[in-house]
Design a protein around this ligand. Structure first.
Ligand code: NAD
Length: 545
């Protein structure tokens, strides 16, 4: 029972630490990296607050040094899935009945712990397990997750404050209930913050959750579970199920108590989830809410009035940071022929300067790609492009690769003469940027081309000093991206500043880190109370003249 109208602490975006030479944060992060590099962690499904060692294990390795084991994780089978759903259902009544400010306090405390004593631990696990540099881990595992946990509390209070009109003699109220069942959260490998947000956003409302992390990011997921436990999350509210996609997904999606799916990952997997939910629709107690943020083929569109240096910087950072493994990464660009010689020279200089290697060596701008399967797919595409010179491809810059120690693919630029060359259309999810050089006079036609080339609609950017050209792109590409940038790279959305999500094949666009997203985990109940109800059934117009 709440006995006050409480105001949540005003959220502020977490400042990004620099880790510059000589800084205290650099020394403590390096010490934590060394500590975790020497550990063998044993991660396991966590059901009703208890780890379950199934004995069916997979190794957790460093992508940049794949013989270095960081530990193992036990994989969930159908038995753990059923136990996790039962645990979520059992925890629901008490968790949902807890006053909202008590639930919010758990996540505000989690944010405070991550801001302080847990920061190095989660950053280091993300660096070692997902091959992120210190900066990439900091903006993800620390800052963005702190922001999700702090801002979501503020959004919840804004939602609850949205109440209907009550004419004299009545009181209309809307209750913001959790869904009537459990939520299935399914997270991708590439963002620790997304992994942390997918189960906790529904839980903040009072939902209980079954969370399946990606198999290549179990280490950071395991740390998040420990952090949430430390913050006071009761057992059973979030149940953690590492394991194979279908082994966990199929029994969850077959359960009649499924109330929602909070998914981020590839378009194909989400299609499969949606299809299965459709096939099972008659068994559920309600229509499950389906929220999915999926793939992208994000573009940078350059007008001839653009500033060359800002374009080159945006392409190098937007395409190659975290090895291009951001859903928002620039993976295709349209460059006018008038600027191409200068942009090509700038990219060539950048490629020559970019260092790649062990993320514990802070001079590196890039680490390795996530696993052997991704390495094979990406190097296959780069080699195919090299073999296609003269057949839709003009040249390939960079593209060096070697998997002897880690899964390393250097920054790769494919210059395509065919604007619908395979890598202009398909998501590869790696450090591969494809550029189409267009006749500067054909700006409008090339905007049409950009809009129709790929099925996705996640992020995009226009670079132009000419305001009319920028406006033309904003209008013509209105549905080509859910997050659109003017004279900025298409990556790096910040909670509270650029609510994130895409349309078309990129997802349901429910904008992670916003009130819109939280609304999907709520099933509102409207209550009308009449203080002095009518006492006769007939109306005045029926009375005698
Ligand atoms: P993925 O689709 O391979 O895996 C995502 C999750 O789905 C993992 O936990 C995986 O184990 C699980 N999964 C696989 N099969 C399943 C099944 N049958 N049932 C249930 N779960 C199943 O994606 P990934 O490689 O981890 O991440 C990269 C992808 O995620 C890219 O396509 C990227 O664009 C996308 N992504 C999108 C956003 C966004 O906001 N739009 C953000 C991050 C990543």
């Amino acid at each position: 029972m709440s006995i006050g109208l409480f105001r949540a602490p005003t959220p502020v975006n977490e400042p990004v630490r620099t880790y510059a030479p000589g800084s205290p944060e650099r020394a403590s992060l390096k010490a934590e990296l060394a500590r975790q590099s020497g550990l063998e962690v044993e991660a396991a499904p966590i059901v009703a607050g208890r780890p379950v060692h199934t004995g069916d294990t997979s190794p957790m390795v460093m992508p940049h040094d794949h013989r270095h084991r960081l530990g193992v994780f036990h994989k969930a089978s159908a038995a753990e899935v059923h136990a996790a759903i039962d645990a979520a259902q059992a925890a629901r009544p008490e968790w949902a009945a807890l006053p909202w400010e008590e639930r919010a306090s758990v996540f505000l405390r989690a944010a405070a712990l991550l801001r302080g004593p847990w920061r190095d631990r989660l950053n280091a696990a993300t660096m070692l397990g997902q091959s992120k540099t210190a900066h990439q881990a900091e903006i993800d595992a620390a800052c963005e997750l702190i922001d999700f946990w702090s801002f979501n509390v503020q959004y919840l209070t804004e939602i609850m404050a949205d109440q209907p009109l009550s004419p004299t003699g009545t009181w209309n109220r809307v209750e913001y209930r959790p869904l009537d069942g459990f939520v299935f959260a399914v997270s991708p490998f590439n963002f620790t913050s997304i992994a942390g947000n997918l189960p906790t956003a529904p839980a903040l409302i009072g939902n209980t959750v079954v969370w399946k992390p990606a198999s290549t990011s179990v280490l950071s997921g395991h740390v998040i579970m420990e952090l949430l436990h430390e913050a006071g999350l009761p057992p059973g509210v979030i149940n953690f199920l590492p394991g194979s996609g279908p082994a966990v997904g199929d029994p969850v999606l077959a359960d009649s108590r499924l109330a929602g799916v909070h998914f981020t990952g590839s378009t194909d997997v989400f299609h499969g989830v949606w299809r299965t939910v459709g096939e099972n629709i008659a068994r559920y107690h309600q229509y499950p809410r389906l929220v999915g943020e999926t793939g992208g083929k994000d573009f940078v569109f350059v007008h001839q009035s653009a500033d060359v240096d800002t374009v080159v910087t945006a392409l190098l950072r937007g395409a190659f940071e975290f090895q291009g493994q951001k859903c928002s990464a620039a993976s295709r660009a349209y460059v006018p022929d008038t600027l191409w010689p200068k942009i090509r020279a700038g990219l060539g200089d950048g490629l020559a300067q970019i260092q790649m290697g062990d993320v514990a060596d802070f001079r590196n701008f890039m680490g390795a790609v996530i696993d052997a399967r991704s390495y094979a797919k990406l190097t296959g595409a780069v080699n195919e492009a090299k073999a296609s010179v003269g057949k839709g491809v003009q040249e390939v810059l960079g593209g060096e690769h070697d998997d002897a120690r880690g899964w390393f693919l250097g920054p790769s630029v494919i210059v395509a003469t065919d604007p619908r060359y395979r890598t202009m259309c398909e998501e590869l999810f790696g450090p591969v940027l494809t550029i189409y050089v267009y006749p500067a006079a054909e700006y409008a036609q090339t905007l049409d081309l950009c809009d129709s080339t790929s099925p996705y609609g996640l992020t995009g950017a226009v670079f132009a000093r000419d305001r009319r050209a920028a406006h033309q792109a904003l209008v013509r590409l209105r549905h080509a991206a859910g997050n659109f940038y003017v004279n900025d790279k298409p990556t790096g959305a910040v909670v509270g500043q650029q609510p994130f999500g895409g349309t078309r094949a990129s997802g349901t666009n429910d904008k992670a880190g916003s009130a819109q997203n939280l609304g999907r985990w709520i099933s509102a109940r409207t209550i009308k109370e009449t203080f002095d109800p009518p006492r006769r059934f007939s109306y005045p117009f029926m009375d005698e003249e």
